[in-house]
Design a protein. Structure first.
Length: 127
């Protein structure tokens, strides 16, 4: 199945690194990008996004605030929060919002594990 994946990070370099790993794993999946939470919400409102990968630390609003907004719009969408901030509180808050925490630097192996799980989840929810 082909999915649309939204990559949200204020760092263009980080978005490029995630996009490169995603392309290596699933070259036929569509990649969408946003540089902040507000831009991400605009993308999600106008496009049917299947999976979101987002940074925790962003200007104006953090990634957990974005996850909460995404949950209101798409309660079951697979979402991963990517951060170098591995504090228990951040990981716990991420999980309480129904998202998955992925540590930075993001490896292709860790991304592959999340995307495999997301693919399974989407197939179950669509059957």
């Amino acid at each position: 199945m082909v999915y649309k994946v939204l990559i949200v990070d204020d760092s263009k370099l980080a978005r490029m690194a995630i996009a490169k790993a995603l392309s290596a794993l699933y070259p036929d999946w569509t990649r969408l990008e946003a540089s902040d939470a507000d831009g991400a919400l605009e993308v999600v409102k106008r496009t049917a996004v299947d999976i979101t990968l987002l940074d925790f630390n962003m200007p104006h609003r953090d990634g957990l605030s974005l996850v909460a907004d995404l949950r209101k719009l798409h309660p079951t969408m697979p979402v991963a929060v990517i951060s170098a901030n591995h504090q228990d509180e951040i990981v716990s808050r991420t999980q309480s919002l129904g998202a998955v925490f992925l540590p930075k630097p993001l490896t292709e192996k860790v991304l592959a594990e999340f995307l495999t799980s997301a693919d399974r989840q989407l197939k179950v929810s669509r059957s």
